[in-house]
Design a protein around this ligand. Sequence first.
Ligand SMILES: Nc1ncnc2c1ncn2[C@@H]1O[C@H](COP(=O)(O)OP(=O)(O)O)[C@@H](O)[C@H]1O
Ligand SMILES: Cc1cn([C@H]2C[C@H](O)[C@@H](COP(=O)(O)OP(=O)(O)O)O2)c(=O)[nH]c1=O
Length: 204
Amino acid sequence: MPDGFFIVIEGIDGTGKSTQVARLGAWLTAQGREVVLSREPTAGPWGRKVRESAATGRLSPEEELEYFLNDRREHVEELIRPSLAAGKVVILDRYYFSTMAYQSSRGFDPQEIRKRNELFAPVPDLLLVMDLDVDAALLRIGARGDVANEFEKRENLQHCRDVFLSLREEPFVEVIPCGGSLDEVTELVNQIVSTRLLETRRQG
Ligand SMILES: Nc1ncnc2c1ncn2[C@@H]1O[C@H](COP(=O)(O)OP(=O)(O)O)[C@@H](O)[C@H]1O
Ligand SMILES: Cc1cn([C@H]2C[C@H](O)[C@@H](COP(=O)(O)OP(=O)(O)O)O2)c(=O)[nH]c1=O
């Protein structure tokens, strides 16, 4: 049985994460890998509450952080760890790097957030940071710089982009420039994933 492999795709809204997660999943499945696709916030009770709050904006910063952590704890226990233990490739659309980015814009220290997550959440084998300037991302999501929801304000997104880019020196991180066409971005993602998968097999 091959070892599990854990891929996370992050980036601000509109960079193309969900599109590329679906494409990457299909590509790896076609190569005979068992693939599990998932996303955060999840469809579970805590995830539903934070999604609702994006529309109503009623959670305090502390509550919001707790809800994301609770959602992730369930996700790790119920899906992420069991799937990796069964040798599957797990691909997530957002993970705790989003908490570092988005909740630090509400006053928390990103490194503190990272520590709290890494107490229970496994570090991915590969983190793809989808990078695009904020104006282009807003155009893609059709928000045109206006308030789409609490998480998508322009100044928040600039802050989030900076936090994501601050991770670029980590050995498990690759930054993907996302200004090109969908197919160009897919090609970059596939190249990086296949190189990393090969390296892992050689080491293992
Ligand atoms: N490279 C790209 N070029 C042009 N449009 C794109 C590209 N990537 C994504 N899009 C479009 O931008 C929108 C947001 O993409 P999506 O995958 O939902 O992003 P995210 O999950 O990061 O919010 C969608 O309409 C998608 O079709
Ligand atoms: C996972 C996560 C997401 N978020 C935010 C980012 C998104 O704007 C918002 C809702 O996620 P989602 O509904 O997946 O939006 P999108 O499809 O645009 O990615 O939740 C956080 O603030 N903290 C987190 O830990």
